[in-house]
Design a protein around this ligand. Structure first.
Ligand code: GLA
Length: 384
């Protein structure tokens, strides 16, 4: 955890509100594999990371609540009796959404003050949004002794995103950010929410994230279009979700839909199968097999589900031609953000330098590199 960040957030809160806050850390996440499968009741394989959001929160004696984003240098004042989604779709709607959805459970929330900052870049596919939602949900739960379980809290976070941000996201990000475990990835069945914590032993390899610095604005992007398409497919197939659909069944509606829609449906079925294969490969310590599956996954995301972009395709292509990289793919909602790369530790520096250079040459802009560790989920950090 970033001690400097914790210190800064704590200081800001104490200076502004003159009292000691409750401090929460909520991590971002990576995803080994399983993209756009969560809202199809499928499988995902994410992990919480050692970067995320630090939030300071405390009760307020005033008639309103104040929430400060240090990174944006902005704040919002909330009237808890009259919470409404704001038209300018910003971070404020995540806050309003979480508080409103907590209220919707019938719980009483009193006024509070809150300051937060993070060390994951917004829009990089590392889910700063779930980290923000979860930190506030857990913070309020603790501060006001709401007695909600972590399971209830992640659904509150998800509903905030559906109803106040306008993204029909699945449960992967909130789940991973809340329940992450150090050095483990979470194989999650999004239909049953059963999870299996799989130790990630990378031996001579390490995870390197390369941020294309192409910002994906999920709400405006094709994310909701993909969601809508999957809904259309299951309606045609008369199934509760794509999870219940086999390739043979999908073929039965092939003539009724466009080739592109068919490929998107097929991608979801294939990606689900890949998540299971990837989990088995990791359990068997077969990293090369895992890497191959990752490349296949990217191919599906790019050519079939069409959620990649030129820059991400370029980064994965370069990784594929580098002997020190055993697997890479785009990660998260898509349309920008990061690639995840499994790179031989001893050659990692060289890989990073090369990729920076060729990326700059090709797109005349910089990519950023992050090294992340797999870490625990959302937690209170200043309570004994
Ligand atoms: C975003 C959403 C998740 C998931 C991924 C794609 O991160 O919030 O629910 O759908 O995209 O796998």
């Amino acid at each position: 955890m970033n001690k400097e960040l914790i210190h800064r957030v704590n200081q800001h809160f104490e200076t502004r509100f003159n009292t000691e806050p409750l401090l929460i850390f909520s991590p971002g996440r990576i995803n080994l594999i399983g993209e756009h499968t969560d809202y199809n009741n499928g499988f995902v394989f994410p992990a919480a990371i050692d970067k995320g959001i630090v939030m300071a929160i405390g009760e307020s004696e005033t008639e309103h609540s104040i929430v400060v984003s240090m990174d944006m240098n902005e704040e919002v004042q909330l009237d808890l009796k009259n919470l409404k989604r704001l038209e300018d779709n910003t971070w404020k709607n995540y806050i309003i959404g979480v508080v409103a959805e907590l209220q919707n459970t019938g719980k009483d929330i009193s006024n509070f003050n809150c300051v937060f900052a993070g060390d994951i870049p917004v829009g990089s596919g590392l889910s700063s949004s779930a980290a923000l939602e979860n930190s506030l949900a857990l913070g309020c739960n603790e501060l006001f002794s709401l007695g909600l379980s972590k399971n209830e809290l992640i659904h509150i976070s998800q509903k905030a995103e559906h109803n106040y941000v306008g993204v029909n996201c699945g449960i992967m990000d909130q789940f991973a950010s809340m329940f992450g475990q150090k050095n483990h990835a979470l194989f999650l069945d999004c239909k049953t929410l059963e999870s299996d914590f799989v130790p990630v032993r990378l031996n001579d390899y390490e995870i390197v994230l390369v941020n294309s610095n192409v910002k994906h604005a999920l709400a405006e992007s094709g994310y909701n279009d993909r969601y809508a398409l999957c809904q259309k497919l299951i309606k045609l197939l008369d199934k509760p979700s794509l999870r219940e659909v086999s390739v043979e069944e999908l073929k039965t509606i092939k003539s009724e839909i466009s080739e592109s829609d068919y490929n998107k449906g097929l991608y979801v079925l294939q990606e689900n199968a890949r998540v299971i294969e990837c989990k088995n490969a990791l359990k068997e310590n077969n990293l090369h097999k895992m890497g191959e599956i990752l490349f296949q996954s990217h191919n599906g995301q790019s050519k079939m589900y069409e959620i990649s972009c030129e820059e991400l395709d370029f980064l994965v292509e370069k990784a594929k031609h580098n002997d020190s990289v055993i697997g890479a793919r785009m990660m998260g909602g898509g349309f920008g953000g990061c690639t995840i790369n499994f790179v031989l530790k001893k050659d990692s520096q060289k890989f990073q330098q090369e990729i920076k250079k060729v990326y700059k040459e090709a797109f005349n802009k910089d990519c950023s590199i992050y090294k992340v560790k797999l870490d625990d989920g959302t937690r209170i950090i200043n309570k004994t």
